[in-house]
Design a protein. Structure first.
Length: 287
């Protein structure tokens, strides 16, 4: 009886039910769970839905821009570690989006170590500001300057969509490498901002309540670089329009042919009647 009362007052933490690779022994099925084994470190935190959407959109636009420009030997990537101190391999950054020149042949490494052959620093990098925004604003420029990047873009989606206002935060910040070496802040504001390294304009957009960083070939943002799906959709729409135009042209040609045929029939009938009239006249005039 006391055992039952004790189990009610202090219930055991049972292992969660779910699919397993093997059967657990009975004693382990009722054992306390050491949840700490499943803890994730801050560095292992999953990206937010908005952040993932920003990354996918930007990578797709970069791929389309490369296709338009005919860029060769460039690599676009996301969320890969870059280490640049041989003696301190854990000193590293993980750009949300990056562009690397002259990448090595596949297979690609799990992370980049710039002291190894073919492991180049990203020429162009984008950091999406996280909840730890002070760290992103304060530490990212120095890290990417040491890494050897030539341009760094900080994109703050919370500010971009108006969810947060703070005097120290802006939607878009651009750093470019100056003549004397360090990265220099060349833009801070709502955009658009010119990116020298990819020769395009950075445009801040809000689409369906979510912030996006888009690329355009003009400052006004009229000529947005489409994503691959947007291009495919536009091509499909153009193909449909061309098919409709071809169908209308075929209909016009068919209608014109019908009109020509009707006109030929009308003329043939008129000529037949004229011949009949002429024949009647000859008969009347004949003595």
């Amino acid at each position: 009886m006391s055992h039952v009362a004790e189990s009610v007052a202090q219930p055991r933490k049972r292992a969660p039910w779910g699919p397993v690779l093997g059967d657990l022994p009975p004693e382990e099925m009722v054992a306390d769970v050491d949840w700490s084994r499943w803890y994730l470190d801050e560095d292992e935190m999953a990206e937010s839905y908005e952040q993932g959407a920003i990354i996918r959109t930007l990578l797709s636009c970069l791929s389309e821009l490369a296709r338009q420009r005919g860029w060769q030997r460039v690599l676009f990537g996301a969320d890969n570690y870059f280490a640049w101190v041989r003696e301190e391999p854990r000193v590293r950054v993980s750009p949300d989006v990056y562009l690397m020149d002259d990448p090595p042949e596949p297979p690609m490494p799990a992370g980049w170590q710039t002291w190894l052959p073919g492991h180049h620093p990203p020429r162009w990098a984008v950091e999406i500001v996280s909840s730890d925004w002070r760290k992103d604003y304060q530490e990212a420029p120095a890290k990417y300057a040491q890494l050897g990047s030539r341009e760094l873009v900080l994109f703050d989606p919370e500010v971009a969509r108006g969810a947060v206002t703070h005097k120290s935060r802006v939607p878009l910040t651009v750093y470019q490498r100056g003549a004397d070496g360090p990265l220099v802040k060349v833009f801070s504001g709502a955009g658009p901002a010119r990116s020298v390294e990819i020769d395009a304009w950075l445009q801040v957009r809000c689409e369906k309540g979510l912030a996006r960083l888009r690329l355009s070939t003009d400052e006004a943002g009229v000529e947005l670089v489409p994503t691959e799906s947007e291009r495919a959709q536009a091509e499909a729409q153009n193909a449909a329009k061309e098919a409709q135009n071809a169908a209308r042209e075929a209909q016009r040609a068919d209608a014109e042919a019908q009109r020509a045929d009707a006109e030929a029939q009308r003329r043939a009938e008129a000529e037949r009647r004229l011949r009949e009239m002429e024949e009647r006249l000859r008969r009347i005039e004949k003595p």
